[in-house]
Write a protein that binds this ligand. Structure first.
Ligand SMILES: [Fe+2]
Length: 193
């Protein structure tokens, strides 16, 4: 099976252009976090757009964080059904194009979920997020949580995760992909060696 741009879905390779990334994101319309659609109620494109919109409102000065939110779940499209690995797949796909910080924030959305499940008694995870928590490592131990708090990307990773949990609203109207192309382009330009 191949995705737009000729990448093999079974072996994701780095996305090498903004056009390629925007094409992949567009292809996430009507693609879902679980192949049988038993998971979260918005498709991967809608979800990414909602998460990016939340982050733009809450963290207007951090475009890397906003773009990380936009792309954080493309791993579900690249390797359908790999719930435990989707964060790493997303990160590996964008690391070259968008830079190491964006890739780290993307990968950390799973540890951040495990952290918040351990530390926030008011955390409201979707039923699908609760279901997948176990295979993603479960609730962090106090030692793991303390170590995570020392990560330089800790605050941004938690912000992404909170936006992740807020970005699953069926029918919510948010800006589309066109709003994000210049932001993605700017982040990609800054990441270029
Ligand atoms: Fe997500």
């Amino acid at each position: 099976m191949r995705q737009p741009g000729g990448m093999n879905l079974n072996h994701p390779v780095p996305i090498d252009s903004v056009d390629g990334l925007m094409s992949l994101l567009a292809d996430c319309e009507d693609a879902w976090d679980t192949p049988d659609r038993s998971g979260d109620p918005v498709d991967i494109l809608d979800h990414g757009l909602q998460v990016a919109a939340v982050l733009a409102a809450r963290h207007p000065g951090d475009e890397e964080l906003q773009v990380a939110g936009l792309v954080h779940d493309i791993g579900h499209r690249l390797q359908p059904g790999d719930e435990a690995g989707h964060g790493e797949h997303s990160a590996a796909a964008v690391a070259t194009l968008l830079g190491q910080r964006v890739a780290r924030l993307v990968a950390l959305h799973i540890p951040a979920k495990r952290y918040l499940a351990a530390t926030d008694p008011d955390l409201a995870l979707s039923p699908e997020s609760v279901r997948t928590l176990g295979c993603q490592g479960g609730v962090m131990t106090p030692q793991e949580a303390a170590a995570f708090e020392t990560d330089p990307d800790f605050a941004a990773a938690v912000a992404l995760r909170r936006a992740d949990d807020a970005g699953k609203v069926v029918g919510l109207r948010v800006p589309g992909l066109d709003r994000w192309r210049p932001v993605v382009s700017a982040v990609a330009a800054a990441a270029r060696p």
